[in-house]
Design a protein around this ligand. Sequence first.
Ligand SMILES: NC(=O)c1ccc[n+]([C@@H]2O[C@H](COP(=O)([O-])OP(=O)(O)OC[C@H]3O[C@@H](n4cnc5c(N)ncnc54)[C@H](OP(=O)(O)O)[C@@H]3O)[C@@H](O)[C@H]2O)c1
Length: 323
Amino acid sequence: MTDLMKAVVLTRFGGVDAFELRDVPVAEVGPRQVRVRVHATAVNPLDFQIRRGDYADQVPLPAIIGHDISGVVEETGSHVTEFRAGDEVYYTPRIFGGPGSYAEQHVADVDLVGRKPRNLSHLEAASLTLVGGTVWESLVTRARLTVGETILVHGGAGGVGTIAIQVAKAMGARVLTTAKTADHEFVRSLGADETIDYTTDYVEAVARTTGGQGVDVVYDTIGGDALTRSPLTLADAGRVVSIVDLAQPQNLIAAWDKNAAYHFVFTRQNRGKLDALTALVERGLVKPVIGATLPLDRLAEAHEISENRRAHGIRGKVAIEVA
Ligand SMILES: NC(=O)c1ccc[n+]([C@@H]2O[C@H](COP(=O)([O-])OP(=O)(O)OC[C@H]3O[C@@H](n4cnc5c(N)ncnc54)[C@H](OP(=O)(O)O)[C@@H]3O)[C@@H](O)[C@H]2O)c1
């Protein structure tokens, strides 16, 4: 008889009432897969973008979505040597590649799975996988930020921004970040050296703060104006990394004048990035930020909070307790 688990299923594209808590079969474990008891997950903007139907072609319904897992291995496939039952792990399920994390159990390719940092709870670890992996790929692999460089992080109080500030500091960079004024003390507590109110002109603020030198790297987690005017904040031959795939055309003409290099990142899943993050976390250099925690059966509410985070005063992530 097939085992059943509770899962929150997306039944149609739409509002937060499109989710249903259901009993669904637990997937079989393949030779290079592990089955994980999910203890915690978290909400990402990608989740509510999928729920609304922004990626309807990539997500057949009904679907279990969700992109962060922290939990415990319960079963390993016949060709798995990296983990055994009882190991604590964290990872992002393959995006657009099968069932996600809003469930009591998850079966994953072992190559995606990393050992959970020992000094984090499951809720904290689950809050790190997608945003941390994205930041690693953006700042380390793509921008190749180096010691002594200056970076502008757009959206420093967000899920990605809170980790980007900490990783950039750990890499030895000077960090400027945009956030609303009420969040300035908070982003400084994460390591930001300079704060810019995002309702003011950030181009002018960067020029003032850097004495006209500009920054070496811009990290765009917002899109639109944060992408198109960012070249105006760059030093010559600076780099811009953008993670926001806005559908509207965006004019990058200002980049020519700066001989800028652009990197567009859609995060990929692998263990290597998680192992690097685990090292930073266990050395006390990076700590996930959780703004709210709800149980799995209140996922609809968690989406509403995450989607309207400004009204709820959320910093960092909305985490979900599963078991
Ligand atoms: N390509 C990829 O692989 C990838 C991976 C992860 C995320 N993303 C995308 O990256 C974006 C950010 O993700 P996230 O998880 O950080 O989202 P999030 O947790 O919702 O945070 C967004 C942050 O941006 C701030 N913000 C809003 N408008 C701003 C502005 N004009 N200037 C500066 N900051 C502003 C918000 O501040 P308030 O709270 O004050 O509104 C909030 O702190 C999303 O669009 C997401 O889909 C892409």
